[in-house]
Design a protein around this ligand. Sequence first.
Ligand SMILES: Cc1ncc(COP(=O)(O)O)c(C=O)c1O
Length: 419
Amino acid sequence: MTYTYNKNVQTMIRAGRVIPSGVYGHLGPAEGCMIPSSAYPFFAAKAKGAEIWDPDGNRFIDYMCAYGPNIQGYCDPDVDAAAIEQIKLGNCTTLPSTVMVDFAEYLTNLVHKDWAFFCKNGGDVTSFSIMISRYYTGKKKIIFVKNYYHGVAPWTQHPDTPGTLEDDCKHGLYVKFNDIEDLKRTIEANKDDIACFIATPYMHGNFVDNELPEEGYWKQVRELCTKYGIVMIIDDIRCGFRLSMEGSDRYFGFDADLITFCKALANGYNVSALCGKEFLKGAASTVPYTGSYWMSAVPFAAGLANLKKLVANNACQHFYDMGTRLTTGLEKAAKERNIPLKASGHPAMFYLRIQDELGNFRLHQEWVAECVKRGVFITNHHNHFICMAMTPAIIDETIAICTEGMDVLVRNHPEEFKK
Ligand SMILES: Cc1ncc(COP(=O)(O)O)c(C=O)c1O
């Protein structure tokens, strides 16, 4: 029996009347993320641990984890208890709560940086990192790694993006990941005008196999940035606290000047952080930057409880183990059926793709749809996430459901998978 979504669809029709796109951005079908949209629910009714339930009562094991924030499991009792305690004391107050300082002390110590600055979303802190770099260096240009994503602010966009000006992206330079010669050439050609280099710790782009750094790549990038006075920014918004509790720069053996965190910081409570080295603290104090809710206390209390619990439970080992159990199980089942399924990236944030000979997503999307309609929420375009609530039993249930999806695929396309 596969799921039906009548109440979801009815709610989407209502949403479309009063909300642009009904559900906008990557959480809705308009961006082409949920393909085919007939396979997906559009709304959640409740969530607990590794699972969500939609308005039709369908239950899903959720490997999107709210696109990252769900790191403990939804409605984690310890994180929620810390938040509720803080609600009783006050949340958005004229003066910041002392819990902001507790959180900054804990976080900076954990990730080996000298200061922390808190905002709300990932894009707030990536934007701030660029402003700080430009102010500190007095230079304009930003080196991006092709196929990057650092949010939706105009400086992150391409010239033809609706709502942005050509001038917004005129200071971007673009290099290929893992290609140190490309970076050297780019620096050489622009060396008097580069403020910063910004990149994720590895390439976890959409609709492409994810790519880990080659041996020695980050060490050489670090050396070049130091040599040419370029501020080195690591955007750890997606990977942060999934690869290592000390920050993904440490995980890959180097020390970034600025590092951004967001998604997994507070198990869904809204806070992001920019952490940096001492030499940039003056610039961070001088660049004007603030927001109405940036010092609200509840997310700080939740974040503190969240990070402490992740450390106490050796979380990153769990993510690695469960991610490996799932991806090896899926690849084994696929191989037995002659389906060329590949998992790429880090096991804690695996990306899946059936490698269609023609290089398109036809068969992959069909398999993903069969999994979703049976209760495993995955997507065809994006990396997935492991959370603490994913136990071996949940992983094995997932493999069984996804294998059923593979059998449907083979039944529908016997010619494509014949041995
Ligand atoms: C690597 C990376 N940087 C920046 C962002 C932007 O974060 P936000 O959507 O919270 O502004 C994201 C969000 O997916 C991200 O994955």
